[in-house]
Design a protein around this ligand. Structure first.
Ligand code: 5GP
Length: 198
């Protein structure tokens, strides 16, 4: 895939940092933004729909797509669970002259930035602290004891990559974090793509 004037917004963070709330807020605020639906091999949660939250596919299908070079990036985000950004998804959004918003993990975000250095805006959402992150994940109630611990360990590791991203927002107050993200995105939408990151 070539890098033309197509812009990309990446929202990345350790899980539980509030990045989903911030992403939703941005999607509601800016009609130019469209959520990039990833492929994933985990099963859908109760409130999730195929094609809207993820393309829920089998591991076999996922491997086939890797072979066919259909991903911009993919990662085994959690043990045995694969997630990836499809080239076809970005292409579809660009064809509608809109900007894809990728809610992806830190390693995936770094890979996308490397491939589209001039047209990607990345925002790293930092949780106020690891104990606060644990409290948030606990209260979400979607995790088992093991998956909670896995997410906490991963979060601590991911925090060490925060300097790889062009923007960092500390999410200790959701409203303020949303406002900050809004300002960053407003400038990005208004800027000519070719000068971004140059
Ligand atoms: P969840 O299972 O809670 O929906 O997502 C787990 C993690 O996977 C989140 O941090 C989410 O941002 C990340 N993720 C979702 N889609 C992708 C993707 O396409 N690529 C990568 N690298 N990570 C993703």
């Amino acid at each position: 895939m070539t890098e033309a004037n197509q812009k990309i917004v990446i929202i990345t963070a350790p899980s539980g940092s509030g990045k989903t709330s911030i992403t939703r807020h941005l999607l509601k605020t800016f009609h130019q933004l469209v959520f990039s639906v990833s492929a994933a091999t985990r099963s859908a949660r109760n409130n999730e729909q195929n094609g809207i939250d993820y393309y829920f596919i089998s591991e076999e299908d996922f491997q086939q797509k890797i072979q066919n070079d259909e991903f911009v990036e993919w990662e085994m985000v959690y043990e045995g669970k694969y997630y990836g950004t499809l080239k076809s998804e970005l292409r579809k959004i660009w064809e509608q002259e809109q900007i894809p918003v990728l809610d992806i993990d830190v390693k995936g975000a770094i890979h996308v930035q490397e491939q589209f250095p001039k047209t990607t805006l990345s925002i790293f959402i930092e949780p106020p602290s690891i104990p606060e992150l644990k409290r948030r994940l606990d209260s979400r109630g979607t995790e088992t004891t093991e998956s909670l611990q896995a997410r906490i360990n991963k979060a601590a590791y991911e925090l060490s990559f925060k300097y790889s991203f062009s923007n960092t927002i500390v999410n200790d107050n959701l409203h303020e974090a949303q406002q900050q993200a809004e300002r960053i995105i407003r400038d990005f939408i208004a800027s000519p793509a070719k000068t971004i990151g140059a």
